[in-house]
Structure formats: structure tokens, C-alpha cells
Design a protein around this ligand. Structure first.
Ligand SMILES: Nc1ncnc2c1ncn2[C@@H]1O[C@H](COP(=O)(O)OP(=O)(O)OP(=O)(O)O)[C@@H](O)[C@H]1O
Ligand SMILES: [Mg+2]
Length: 390
């Protein structure tokens, strides 16, 4: 690390917005028993943001969080907190606190004493303890629960106690590892909204871990999509949903139709046997006038079911399932591609239909190791490229 990087407050990672980075992580690597679980993880966390690590089980989310918390050491890489190296600072001296999925509350203590625990250890005066615990319980919506024992609480209430205990020391950063995992769906949705409100009111940076894409989209300012210890994409929920970088992200974040295609020029793409107007230019490395392989994403809610027509993708309805707000319709087009469509109007199985979409609902991606299998689309002669991060 250079002297400049070491200086407190200096940012080492570029950020066009110029916002202050409370945490910066660069080239973080970690192996367990010879197996690399984090591969050059690099990202920054802006002050006061709600940032989410999202990815399937085993992709390294908790390991990343545990390294930030100080419960785990990295093999190599940089973890900076407000510009200073954090890796020599012991966990209890970091201005960072953690809420775990299993709340680790003390069953023999009541709510008040669970929340006050850290303050008692620090020998904070009694009056101040009372004032701070009361305020923390108010923040998490548990006023009047101070005398209750942990086994007299619901899962959601226990979760609130764990959060109250974590915010009482006024950490600069709160790490939350799947904190809502044990709650039922309705409670989880309520807590998602409350947590987000709490984060805004408290002005604390939240680093949240989940494998639930909907949860990540609902709560986050920024989402980091991980797979097998590698970051696939970092962006706002809208960016990640509308502009997924590769087929993996497109598939993981919401439902999508991913189809191999070719681009020969700007604003035009050929897939599913037809050429469509689109809003994307060629990627810089593409050659004009040649067949450049791409993946095309069209979200199910962006496809319209109309009548058969020579300019449309024609096919037959294979199934229709009512999903509450919309119908999920599967259509097999005459060229053998399966399309998923979300529509509020029903169709009947066996019905002949024509599918359309708008140019700005066609999203173009580079082909990658996650691309759909070309053989299954009857496309030959194109090999998948390795997924290279530019
Ligand atoms: N202490 C450890 N010793 C050995 N292997 C470990 C240890 N901690 C984690 N791993 C392995 O590292 C990989 C990443 O684990 P991690 O807990 O970070 O995943 P995760 O993304 O949090 O998954 P989940 O969603 O299931 O919690 C996994 O393959 C896991 O088995
Ligand atoms: Mg985990």
C-alpha cells in the first residue's frame, strides 16, 4: 500500500460521485482448506448507504462480512475503514456491530438487560443506560417490552431486540447477516420496510447479506451480486434489474427470457429468427458488419401477447398459471424457444399467439460462461467465451 493510500481519509477506489467511502475492500482473497472462497473481492461502501451482498448459498457473503467484522482474517487484500487499515484492529475496537441470523440473545436476561449488556460491560452510568436502552427499544418498536424474557417473544420481536442491542453502542456500520431468515414471509416484508426506515433515521451504514433477490431489490441503495467468491455486478437495484451484466445476473435477479442473438450494427439485434430495433449500440470491441454474438434479455412483464402476425414471434400457448396479480404464460414459439410472459389477461392452452416487445425492453449483454446453451436454441458455430470482467 502506498503512503497516500495509508493516509487516513484517502480513498483508494475510484467513485465518480465523489461520495465519502466509509469502507473500502480491495483484492480480498480467502481460502479454506485449499479451496478459494473469495477471489479478489473489490468494492467500496459509501457513508450512510444500505448496501447488500446478494448471492446463492456458499458464494462467500458471510465470509466477506466476517472479515469486515474482524471475526475472520483475509489471506490477502485491503480492508480500509475511513481510510485506515482495519485488519490489525481487533473486532471489539471496530466501530462496527453485527446482527446474526440466529440472534444470540441471552435467554436468562430480560429484554432490557439483553439490550443493556454492552453498556454494562463498558460501565456506563445507570441513568444513561436507562435512557439509551429506552431510546433503542423505541427505535425498534418495542416500547414497554423491557421486562419480558426472551422466550416470551415472537421471532420478529427477538429480531428487534437483537437490532436494539446492536445499535445501542452507536456503531458507524451495522453488518446484518440474513437477519430476517427465520421470520415468516409477512413478518419479513414488514421488517424489511422497518429496517430501511431505521437505517435512514439512525444514519448508520448498513451492510446486509441475503440470498433473497426481492429482499435485496426492496431495501438496498446498492446491490453486490456474488457467485462462487467473485463479484458479478455492483449497482443500484434498478441498474441490476434493467441492465444485468451477464446471463447469471439476469437469471438470478427476477425472471427473464435469455436468448442467444447477433448484432451486426448499432441499435439492431437478430434473435429468435427475426431482426429487431433495440436501444443499445455495439459493444466497443465488436466489429461493424460482422456477426457479433450476444445474449438478449426480455423480462416476462415486457412481452405482449397479441394475435399471430408475420412480423411477430409466433407460437402456441403451452401453459397458464394464475399468480395473484398476473398470469404466468408459457409460449413455445415456432422456432422452438420457450417464452415466459406475465400478463393480466388470460389466454387458453393451445391458442396461437404472436409475441411483441418494445425496443427499449430488449436488453443486450455480452456472452459469458453463464450464457444459455446454444445447442438448445438450435444455433451452431458459436462458442461461449470465458466470462471476462472488463
Ligand atoms: N470456517 C470455515 N472453514 C471451512 N470452510 C468455510 C468456513 N467458513 C466458510 N467456509 C466455506 O466457504 C464458502 C463460503 O461460505 P460463506 O459462509 O461465506 O457463504 P454464504 O454466501 O454466506 O452462504 P449462505 O447463504 O449459505 O450463508 C462455503 O463453501 C463454506 O463452506
Ligand atoms: Mg452466510
Amino acid at each position: 500500500m502506498s503512503e497516500k493510500e495509508n493516509k487516513k481519509g484517502a480513498q483508494i477506489l475510484e467513485d465518480k460521485t465523489g461520495a465519502e467511502h466509509i469502507i473500502e475492500i480491495k483484492d480480498l482473497c480467502k481460502s479454506f482448506d485449499g479451496l478459494q472462497v473469495l477471489k479478489n473481492i473489490t468494492f467500496y461502501i459509501r457513508n450512510n448507504e444500505f448496501i447488500t451482498l446478494l448471492g446463492p448459498s456458499g458464494c462467500g457473503k458471510s465470509t466477506t462480512l466476517r472479515i469486515i467484522a474482524g471475526f475472520e482474517t483475509a489471506d490477502s487484500g485491503i480492508v480500509n475503514f475511513e481510510g485506515a487499515d482495519l485488519q490489525t484492529v481487533p473486532a471489539h475496537k471496530r466501530h462496527i456491530n453485527t446482527v446474526f441470523q440466529r440472534y444470540a440473545l441471552f435467554p436468562h436476561l430480560n429484554v432490557f438487560d439483553n439490550v443493556a449488556f454492552g453498556l454494562h460491560i463498558k460501565k456506563v452510568p445507570k441513568d444513561e443506560v436507562k435512557e439509551r436502552v429506552t431510546k433503542a427499544l423505541k427505535t425498534v418498536g418495542l416500547e414497554g417490552y423491557d421486562k419480558r424474557y426472551i422466550d416470551q417473544l415472537s421471532g420478529g420481536q427477538m429480531q428487534r431486540v437483537a437490532i436494539a442491542r446492536a445499535i445501542i453502542n452507536r456503531p458507524r456500520v451495522l453488518l446484518l447477516d440474513e437477519p430476517l431468515g427465520a421470520l415468516d414471509l409477512k413478518m419479513r416484508k414488514e421488517m424489511q420496510i422497518e429496517l430501511k426506515q431505521m437505517q435512514r433515521e439512525l444514519g448508520i451504514t448498513f451492510v446486509y447479506v441475503t440470498h433473497d433477490q426481492e429482499e435485496a431489490l426492496t431495501m438496498s441503495d446498492t446491490i453486490i451480486v456474488m457467485k462462487d467468491g467473485i463479484i458479478q455486478q455492483i449497482g443500484t437495484p434498478i441498474d441490476i434489474y434493467n441492465e444485468p451484466k451477464n446471463a447469471y445476473v439476469a437469471d438470478f435477479i427476477g425472471e427473464s427470457n435469455i436468448i442467444p442473438g447477433k448484432m451486426r450494427k448499432d441499435l439492431e439485434v437478430t434473435f429468435a429468427g427475426k431482426t429487431f430495433e433495440c436501444v443499445d449500440p455495439l459493444f466497443p470491441e465488436f466489429k461493424k458488419g460482422e456477426d457479433n454474438d450476444v445474449d438478449v434479455v426480455v423480462r416476462p412483464e415486457d412481452i405482449y401477447v397479441k394475435t399471430e402476425d408475420k412480423d411477430r414471434i409466433n407460437g402456441t400457448v403451452e401453459s397458464i398459471v394464475f399468480k395473484g396479480v398476473h398470469y404466468e404464460i408459457m409460449v413455445k414459439s415456432d422456432n422452438g424457444i420457450d417464452w415466459m410472459i406475465h400478463d393480466v389477461d388470460p389466454v387458453t392452452v393451445g391458442q396461437r399467439v404472436g409475441l411483441t416487445f418494445d425496443p427499449d425492453d430488449i436488453h443486450i449483454m455480452r456472452r459469458s460462461q453463464f450464457s444459455p446453451d446454444l445447442d438448445s436454441f438450435g444455433v451452431k458455430g458459436s462458442d461461449k467465451e470465458e466470462n471476462e470482467d472488463e
